[in-house]
Design a protein around this ligand. Structure first.
Ligand SMILES: Cc1cc2nc3c(=O)[nH]c(=O)nc-3n(C[C@H](O)[C@H](O)[C@H](O)COP(=O)(O)O)c2cc1C
Ligand SMILES: *[C@@H]1O[C@H](CO)[C@@H](O)[C@H](O)[C@H]1NC(C)=O
Ligand SMILES: *[C@@H]1O[C@H](CO)[C@@H](O)[C@H](O)[C@H]1NC(C)=O
Ligand SMILES: *[C@@H]1O[C@H](CO)[C@@H](O)[C@H](O)[C@H]1NC(C)=O
Ligand SMILES: *[C@@H]1O[C@H](CO)[C@@H](O)[C@H](O)[C@H]1NC(C)=O
Length: 367
């Protein structure tokens, strides 16, 4: 008994020091482990979104990979984003008719039709993974009817990305921007975005100051947005007055700010992850969310809370190492996972998923 008691603190510290699994083991190393550094495994061998990171890590050089992989400071938020979905267990219902689930994937985002409730989040520098850069992302999105949000700090210009759309395309995009109070410069960007077919402006509001990026700093691949930015709700109004496109704040992380967004007339908001569940704003504006989504079940957990569409950043950036084909495969894989996971959850119509399909008790067994 005595020895057991003295062991307890050790046991506790051993659990606290559990390793973080950036790439959960699903056997990819066993099957593809002998792929030469600097080459990509065949696209057919990719079975899920995390595989793209594994493949791209061996293919991209370390500094380029690190720019995509990096999280802030000790990367606790990065890890939390990947782990948080697993703390909430699904509550599958059985013996319900789910045979038409695939036909319920299409949805609208700000009134525009898309084939699935997920989108490609704005990420800078797609050229680090593929020479065609953002062209692979916009074409992959077009071919599969999903929403792409081009980043302002893309490798290609707003016009080049638009030119990469299929001929005579009516593809809808939402242009991401970082803006300051220079109205003339902002207005010019809005005009370019509108001309390029953007139907909304994604205004990133969560980077008022430079990102604290330790991992990236070692390779000199820090943030593209490195100044202190003057951003307030007054600035939001000033900017909204410069364009007829709706301006959507991206990076809302608290209930207070979500309510302020509604009060200030935002038509939609993008939150980063689960943090804001149970917001009553869900009935007042469209809510999109991103951060750490890697599996169909992650998407379902966000949709169950009332999120209208879910964004993914890194998985698409890594998939783009294969160019358009990789992006298309990522979309196809995720659509399939959403459909089969919803089926096994007993959800016959994705529009009818609700919070009762998830146990909202925090199952944080390793804390
Ligand atoms: C390489 C990279 C570049 C990014 N660049 C931008 C950007 O320019 N503007 C922006 O609003 N968000 C940017 N993001 C954040 C994404 O839009 C998105 O919120 C995030 O990637 C979602 O998390 P996930 O990568 O786990 O899916 C970037 C993310 C990554 C990984
Ligand atoms: C969007 O989808 C709806 C319902 O399927 C359809 O009636 C409408 O014409 C579509 N809109 C566009 C612009 O394609
Ligand atoms: C890494 O790859 C990127 C993208 O191809 C390239 O721009 C960069 O120069 C490379 N860096 C090194 C150190 O090889
Ligand atoms: C695309 O538009 C051009 C000019 O508007 C037209 O000449 C051409 O036939 C169109 N192509 C297709 C495939 O619709
Ligand atoms: C925006 O435009 C509205 C209507 O024209 C006006 O009432 C308001 O003062 C303007 N706000 C700013 C911040 O420019």
């Amino acid at each position: 008994m005595h020895s057991f008691l003295t062991l307890l603190p050790l046991l506790a510290s051993a659990l606290a020091a559990r390793p973080f699994l950036n790439e959960p083991d699903t056997g990819i190393e066993d099957v593809l482990g002998d792929i030469a550094v600097g080459t990509l495994p065949p696209l057919e061998s990719i079975v899920g979104l995390p595989d793209f990171e594994w493949a791209a890590r061996g293919y991209m050089n370390t500094s380029a990979y690190t720019y995509y992989r990096n999280g802030a400071a000790g990367e606790w938020s990065y890890r939390n984003n990947l782990e948080v979905y697993n703390r909430f267990r699904l509550r599958p219902r059985v013996l319900t008719d789910i045979t038409n689930i695939e036909s319920t994937l299409p949805t609208t985002i700000l009134g525009h039709n898309f084939s699935a409730p997920f989108f490609i989040s704005p990420c800078a520098r797609a050229g680090y993974a593929h020479p065609e850069a953002e062209a692979g992302l916009i074409r992959g999105a077009a071919a599969n009817g999903i929403l792409y949000m081009p980043a302002l700090y893309a490798i290609l210009s707003i016009e080049q990305i638009a030119a990469a759309k299929p001929a005579n395309s009516t593809q809808v995009t939402f242009q991401q921007v970082y803006l300051d109070t220079n109205n003339i410069a902002s207005q010019a960007i809005f005009k370019r975005a509108e001309k390029a077919g953007s139907k909304a402006i994604i205004f990133t509001v969560d980077s008022a100051a430079d990102g604290n990026r330790h991992r990236a700093a070692r390779y000199g691949v820090g943030s593209a947005d490195s100044s202190y930015s003057y951003m307030t709700w007054d600035v939001f109004h000033t900017l909204q007055n410069l364009t007829s496109l709706p301006i959507i704040p991206k990076g809302i992380m608290t209930v207070e700010d979500a309510q302020l967004a509604v009060a200030n007339g935002a038509k939609a908001i993008i939150i980063s992850n689960h943090g804001g569940r149970q917001l009553d704003v869900f009935t007042q504006v469209e809510v999109y969310a991103d951060g750490g989504v890697r599996y169909g079940a992650d998407v379902l957990k966000l949709l169950s809370l009332g999120v209208k569409a879910v964004g993914l950043g890194r998985p698409f950036m890594f998939a783009n190492a294969y160019g358009q084909e990789g992006v298309e495969k990522a979309i196809t894989l995720l659509k399939h996972e959403i459909a089969i996971d919803a089926g096994n959850l007993g959800v016959g119509d994705l529009k009818k998923i609700d919070p009762s399909f998830v146990s909202w008790t925090n199952n944080n067994w390793y804390s």
